[in-house]
Structure formats: structure tokens, C-alpha cells
Design a binder for this molecule. Structure first.
Ligand SMILES: [Cu+2]
Length: 476
């Protein structure tokens, strides 16, 4: 990672003016940085018990180290594979050249055990991103392979502290072991695989000391296989300031819920209150699911007050340099998702062969995209793509969810604007790379197809990927 000294000093100066402390960027990594995918172990305290969870992680840790780069800087590192199977790294949300996208069979050869692959790409867009494998994803991400990739703004938001939280969940069996069964017909055909132990940066309900009056920027990354997150933080005022790394007009935490689906990220500014007793605990909870309020972490008030008067609401961060789609000239393409339990799918083309639902199910192919399912990334690579798009042209993809479950639809290589939901136009369209589409919902996304290559578009519920909810488009 390259962070120029001048840029760093500029950022530091801007900070001094505001009287606030910026997080220290990680040291600029040398180009021969190595990230090793290997086995490891994390220890999780669950009540009185300690759980030793065997993981697959970058550097043996889960999550792997936070990669920091300044906007416009370059990530350059070598992935070394010491896992017992093939792997790759996909840079979720980063608009990399196609050969850096990390999809085995489609954009690169899988990295075999003992092998290595050099990744090098520029990060044009500031924001919160993450990296994970795109090979055998349900198991490899499920076992812990993931890490944050933070691209700092050239003019960062003034805060006292930054926190990066990778939320994951694990399935712990009754005898206290972590289950490594990452795929079954029931989960894959319903809402996906939910764990019963939620972790933040590999810890269960971490307790974090905070100071009264402190302003914190929380970067939330949802690395869970199926769990959707939303935040409920009683007693703390805050604003959503970016989603999927892309700045939004700051929106109060107490407004309509913001859902962060699997694969999605959110940046939140939190102002720790003053005037409370030292030792007071403030809970950060996920309140997405009824009857299931889950504490993610807690803040504990301690130390001296940072300021007495609350700061003004944060300003919107600068937009990233993403081409605006030309909606007048955009071509409309419909993408209809069908299948799953209670979905009514009767047949689909599996690798080009029309099969009834019973045979599809026998082969684990449960979700169709425009009536088609591909059995593997190799099939996706070899067969006709879902669409061929012209480089430089604007497109509207109309995503139609004709299933009984929500699906976070992620597109590679491009960041899109969500322009309408159920035909209702958004007055201020927001950028995303992963958009949650609820059952029977129709979401229109628009983008300029300006990144040539073959790009996946898929659901980020990992069990749904296993069951075929994944396709590719060709740009150029
Ligand atoms: Cu899905």
C-alpha cells in the first residue's frame, strides 16, 4: 500500500485545525507484502466458557488484518495459499481491473495449495470495503477468511477515533464445537445459514472503553453468511454517513432502519453522550429480527470528558469518482430471480439443459436467474453470459425478486445507483455494490458499464451462491 508522505501530512494538518485526532494510518506496506491464507485458531469467551474455534484466516486470524490505503493509492500484495484447497481473494466493492477480481475460472486461475498470486490495483474510491475468497465461498468465508480494506478519504472526516468492526456468526453445536457444515438443502433453499454465536472482530460482545463526548466513526462490515444487520444504540446519537463505502447525505440513526445485508458495509458516526455516570454501559445491538435482539458490542464510559458541547452533525463526505449513468439513454435489462422454498419454480436451464425442479433440487441447483442456473464458476466462464454490455454505455438492471426470501444482490467491477424501488423513483439515488431486494420487490439499479471484462452478479447469501444464485455479465 502506498501512502504518500505529503498526503498523510495534509490529512494530519486538516485534523489539527479541527482539533480532533485522526486514526493513524497503518504503515505503508511494501509491495512485496504477503497475505497467507492458512489455518489458525481464535479464542472466544462465551459466558464462563472459552471456545477455541479453528479457523481459516489470512495470517491465520479471523478477521485478517485491516488493509489501509489512501484514496488513489495502490494495493499490492501476494496471496500465498497454505490452505488444503484452492482459493483466491475478491476485493469486495473495489472497482479493480477484471484480472484482479479474484473469481477463479472467470478472472484468474485458482491459487492451488502451495501457490501464490500477485494482486495489484489502485483504489480510486474512498470508503469501507472488505476482502474474502471467491472459491468455495460458503465454507471459506464461513471458516473465517475475510478482512477489512479501508480506503481513507483525501479529506477524512474529523473524528476522535475510528473503529472497524467485522461482524460474523458461527454455528456452535450443543457439545460446544463449531460446526463446519456450511451447506445443507434446508438452509440453501431458505434464508441461508445463520450462526448462533455472533462475533465482532472475532470476539463475542466486546466491551470497549469510550470517553464522554467522544466522536467515533464506526465502519461496520457484514461478513455473515446470511444475517442482515441493523443498528440500535439506545442513548447514543449518530448518523449513517456511508453505505457500501459510498457517502450518503447523513441520516439519523433513529430514522427508518438501515439494513446492512451480508456483503454490505455501513459507516456510522456516533457521539458518546456526556453527563452519564462513569462505568455506564451503552449497548450496540442488531435489531433486524423480531424477537431476536442481539448485542453486538458494548461501550463502557470511562476516562475524562472529551468535550462538553456536542459537535455539529457531520457533513456529507465527498463523492467518489464514479461515472453517473445517463438515465435517458440507458438500456433496460430485466433480471428475475426465482426458486427456493415456497418459490414455485418449476423448471430452469441448468448449464443449458432444461430440467424440472425435482432434478434441479437433486443437483443442489435451487435458485434461477432469468430461468438459468450454472452449476459452477467454470460453467459460468465457458457459457454465454447473462448479458453482453457495451463498454461505456449506461444500463438499468431491473432486479425482480420472485422468491420468498430477501437477497442482497452484489455486482462485481461496478458501483451502481439504486434509482427506483417498486417503480417509485428515488429523489436522491444512492450508490451501492450490494443491494438488498426483498420478496416481491423490484429494484432498479443504474450504472455505466465502464469496466471491461466478465463480472459476476450474485446473491451474497453464501448458501444461495452454493445453490446457484450467481451469474455473469460481459462488458466489452
Ligand atoms: Cu439470495
Amino acid at each position: 500500500m502506498t501512502i504518500t508522505r505529503r498526503k498523510f501530512l495534509e490529512a494530519a494538518t486538516a485534523t489539527a485545525v479541527a482539533g480532533l485526532v485522526q486514526p493513524v494510518l497503518a504503515q505503508a506496506a511494501s509491495p512485496d507484502k504477503v497475505l497467507t491464507a492458512q489455518t489458525g485458531q481464535i479464542e472466544i469467551r462465551a459466558g464462563q466458557k472459552k471456545l477455541d474455534i479453528p479457523v481459516w484466516g489470512y495470517g491465520g486470524a479471523s478477521p485478517g488484518e485491516t488493509l489501509n490505503v489512501e484514496q488513489g493509492g495502490t494495493v499490492s500484495l501476494s496471496l500465498k495459499n497454505e490452505l488444503p484447497e484452492d482459493t483466491t481473494i475478491h476485493w469486495h466493492g473495489i472497482r479493480t481491473p477484471n484480472n484482479m477480481d479474484g473469481v477463479p475460472g472467470l478472472t484468474q486461475k485458482a491459487v492451488a495449495t502451495g501457490g501464490a498470486f500477485q494482486y495489484r490495483f489502485a483504489c480510486d474510491d474512498a470508503g469501507t470495503y472488505w476482502y474474502h475468497p471467491h472459491a468455495n465461498s460458503a465454507e471459506q468465508i464461513g471458516r473465517g477468511l475475510c478482512g477489512p480494506l479501508i480506503v481513507q478519504e483525501q479529506r477524512p472526516l474529523a473524528v476522535d477515533r475510528e473503529l472497524v468492526w467485522v461482524v460474523a456468526d458461527w454455528q456452535v453445536t450443543q457439545d460446544g464445537q463449531v460446526s463446519h457444515a456450511y451447506s445443507n438443502m434446508h438452509d440453501n433453499s431458505h434464508a441461508g445459514r445463520f450462526g448462533n454465536l455472533i462475533t465482532v472482530n472475532g470476539q463475542r460482545r466486546p466491551l470497549i472503553d469510550v470517553q464522554p463526548g467522544e466522536r467515533i466513526r464506526l465502519r461496520l462490515i457484514n461478513a455473515a453468511a446470511a444475517r442482515i444487520l441493523s443498528l440500535d444504540i439506545p442513548g447514543v446519537s449518530g448518523w449513517w454517513i456511508a453505505l457500501d463505502g459510498q457517502p450518503i447525505e447523513p441520516r439519523g440513526l433513529r430514522g427508518d432502519p438501515v439494513y446492512v445485508p451480508p456483503g454490505g458495509r455501513a459507516d456510522v458516526v456516533l457521539d458518546i453522550p456526556t453527563g452519564m455516570d462513569p462505568g455506564k454501559i451503552l449497548e450496540i445491538a442488531d435489531a433486524t429480527y423480531r424477537k431476536q435482539r442481539n448485542t453486538l458490542a458494548s461501550f463502557k464510559l470511562s476516562g475524562k470528558q472529551v468535550r462538553g458541547t456536542p459537535l455539529a452533525a457531520p457533513q456529507k463526505l465527498a463523492d467518489n469518482p464514479i461515472s453517473l449513468p445517463n438515465l435517458d439513454g440507458a438500456e433496460l435489462k430485466e433480471i428475475t430471480f426465482e426458486g427456493g422454498a415456497m418459490g414455485g419454480l418449476r423448471s430452469a436451464l441448468l448449464d443449458g439443459e432444461k430440467l424440472p425442479i425435482r432434478q434441479l433440487a437433486q443437483r443442489g441447483a435451487l435458485w434461477s436467474t432469468n430461468g438459468k442456473i450454472w452449476s459452477s464458476l467454470d460453467e459460468i466462464a465457458q457459457q454465454d453470459k447473462l448479458f453482453n454490455l457495451d463498454t461505456g454505455k449506461s444500463y438499468v438492471f431491473r432486479l425482480q425478486n420472485r422468491t420468498a426470501f430477501p437477497h442482497p444482490i452484489h455486482m462485481h467491477g461496478h458501483t451502481f445507483q439504486v434509482i427506483a424501488v417498486n417503480g417509485k423513483k428515488k429523489s436522491t439515488p444512492e450508490w451501492r455494490d450490494t443491494v438488498l431486494v426483498f420478496p416481491d420487490e423490484q429494484v432498479d439499479i443504474a450504472f455505466v458499464a465502464d469496466n471491461p471484462g466478465d463480472w459476476l452478479i450474485h446473491c451474497h447469501v453464501l448458501g444461495h451462491v452454493t445453490a446457484g444464485m450467481i451469474a455473469a455479465v460481459r462488458v466489452g
